[in-house]
Design a binder for this molecule. Structure first.
Ligand SMILES: NC(=O)c1ccc[n+]([C@@H]2O[C@H](COP(=O)([O-])OP(=O)(O)OC[C@H]3O[C@@H](n4cnc5c(N)ncnc54)[C@H](OP(=O)(O)O)[C@@H]3O)[C@@H](O)[C@H]2O)c1
Length: 376
């Protein structure tokens, strides 16, 4: 069983203190630091939320360089304190003036906030990395997983005074494509069938609290309080809470279909998905069936995945040990297991895999911070 890392490559950057324009280089004689006078100024929008808190933890873990950081949330949170790099920072209310002098803003406050404030920030010269679905399918906005399609954000850089929007894909899409893209590059995926088992954390901090509260209530024989989800969540599972569309798919499922095509620049790849919310606190699981154009045997697939960045294999058939949400919680890497030939397809043209990934981390905050690292 491979050990999961809590920080995947590219690892923390190192910056020369003598250079007026810090250049990300790695290792060697340079000084490791996060605060720097000539580093970018940052803003975290939605800092009090599940993803916002994870942004701070990932920025800190990776020693992301910054000269200033604004902590932004709703009026409700203005005046609260959040900890970052061992210091208290006061949360400010997000307003149209929040982005004056901000180089990079990491957004995770919901689609309507992104739609309103994202373009305002870009107008002020800020590069916005947005976690919501607001701009993902906009033809002018790159949709980026750094390990998969960094070329999509070519030309967008901090320091030229030009604002821009970059979208973070949906968490289920990121986790799925981290594992599937290396296989796709080798044998070309023709069709992908995804079934998800999605955690409470994917629906934000309040949903996590609801799962805890309901579990307590049910164990105490009380009726469970349902504020976030319509169905009882504790000791139950249900179809994903996203709106159901006229074709019968819900929005979460169609994100997997559309975003995969955009990220792979392949309008023809066939994708279908069923998304289920399960009573797990943190980290999503996905069962994925793949049909390839070219043969791919399971041993070759294992070799490919072994060498894939941000992916680890947990696939011990003898001990019946495979990925679980708990094994990947608070970890950067996506775990892949149950790697097996699809017996329903001839000629090694199909594979089944089971994957788990921490969707607040790689599915949201880490991916966005990795995008910000590319901007430097
Ligand atoms: N959770 C995940 O795994 C995940 C993964 C990928 C993408 N996302 C996306 O990330 C976004 C946030 O998700 P989350 O799970 O972190 O939700 P969350 O825990 O509910 O946090 C929401 C954040 O948005 C802020 N906010 C709400 N209304 C605001 C307003 N009017 N002005 C400024 N800030 C406001 C909240 O501030 P207050 O505390 O002041 O209300 C809070 O900081 C959503 O778009 C979600 O789809 C989430």
């Amino acid at each position: 069983m491979a050990a999961l890392s809590s920080s995947s490559s590219p690892s923390s950057f190192f910056f020369s203190t003598s250079s007026p324009h810090p250049k990300p280089t790695r290792f060697s004689t340079l000084v490791r630091m996060a605060y720097q006078e000539n580093a970018p100024s940052l803003a975290v929008v939605g800092v009090t939320g599940a993803v916002g808190q994870e942004f701070l933890s990932v920025l800190s873990d990776r020693d992301f360089p910054y000269r200033s950081i604004k902590m932004l949330a709703s009026k409700r949170s203005a005046g609260k304190h959040v900890r970052f790099h061992g210091e208290d920072h006061v949360v400010e209310e997000l307003t149209a003036d929040s982005f004056d002098g901000v180089d990079i803003a990491l957004f995770s406050a919901g689609g309507s906030i992104s739609k309103h404030f994202g373009p305002l920030a870009v107008h002020k010269g800020t590069i916005v990395v947005d976690n919501s679905s607001a701009f993902r399918m906009d033809g002018n906005v790159p949709l980026v997983i750094p390990e998969v399609n960094p070329e999509a954000m070519k030309g967008i850089k901090v320091g030229n005074g030009k604002g821009a929007l970059i979208a973070n894909p949906n968490c289920s899409t990121i986790i799925c494509l981290m594992a599937v893209t290396p296989l796709h590059r080798h044998a070309k995926v023709l069709r992908m069938v995804v079934s998800t088992y999605q955690a409470a954390s994917g629906a934000g901090a309040a949903a996590m609290e609801e799962l805890v509260q309901q579990t307590r209530e049910v164990l105490e024989g009380k009726p469970p309080t349902c504020n976030i989800f319509r169905d009882q969540y504790a000791f139950n599972l249900f179809s994903h809470n996203a709106s159901v569309l006229s074709n019968g798919y819900n929005e979460e499922e169609m994100k997997l279909v559309k975003e995969t095509r955009k990220i792979w620049s392949d309008a023809n790849v066939k994708v279908t998905a069923t998304c289920i919310r399960v009573p797990v606190m943190r980290a999503h699981a996905e069962s994925i069936n793949l049909q390839f154009e070219n043969p791919l045997d399971e041993n070759t697939a294992r070799e490919i995945l072994k060498n894939a960045p941000g992916v680890v294999i947990i696939d011990d058939r003898k001990a019946n040990q495979f990925p679980t949400p708990l094994k990947v919680s608070n970890k950067d890497d996506i775990a892949v297991g149950r790697i097996r030939q699809d017996v329903s397809l001839d000629g090694n043209k199909g594979l089944d895999i089971f994957i788990c990934g921490d969707q607040i981390r790689k599915g949201a905050a880490l991916n966005a911070v990795q995008i910000a690292e590319l901007l430097l």
